[in-house]
Design a protein around this ligand. Structure first.
Ligand code: SME
Length: 153
């Protein structure tokens, strides 16, 4: 299967599992698990959610992988940058991204996709780290942005 087919397949699996589930945590946890299993070079796949009590910070949500940092201020690191811009950020080589927050030295490339709520406000970001350089391209962006849209409650 090529990347596009894998994303289509995972999107179907996620929507089948979360159908009728209103818990955001359960929806995000399902997406993190199924995406992490879909590609063998993904080693950290998960969400940083906007802290409702401190909206200038992201706080870690459901994830698969090694220990992630708990909080990221908006504008900091790849996650905080994507959150601030409200746009997907692809980093081919994290070692060259100014301000990259290194949670695990195995990370070489990264994609961060914003998740919006029904009102269009930022709810979270989906962060995926790869052990390889240059893992993410416009196909990942399209596949993951589509999946993130299906996670709204
Ligand atoms: N590398 C991210 C931090 C989160 S971890 O990779 C899990 C960043 O720079 O935002």
């Amino acid at each position: 299967m090529n990347k596009k087919e894998i994303y289509n397949e995972v999107a179907l699996q996620i929507s089948a599992v979360i159908e009728g589930e209103t818990s955001k945590t359960a929806r995000y946890a399902t997406a993190a698990c199924l995406l992490n299993e879909a590609f063998d070079y993904f080693f950290w796949t998960g969400f940083y959610v906007v802290d409702p009590l401190k909206t200038t910070e992201l706080v870690v949500g459901p994830y698969q992988g090694s220990l992630g940092c708990l909080r990221i201020p908006l504008g900091k690191g790849v996650c905080g940058t994507a959150a601030e811009l409200g746009k997907t950020v692809i980093v081919e080589d994290v070692h060259e991204f100014p301000g990259h927050i290194a949670c695990d030295s195995r990370s070489n490339s990264e994609i961060v996709v914003p998740v919006f709520d029904k009102e269009g406000s930022l709810a979270a970001v989906l962060d995926i780290d790869s052990t390889q350089l240059g893992s993410f391209d416009t196909e990942d962006k399209a596949g993951l942005e589509y999946i993130c849209k299906t996670l709204l409650v």
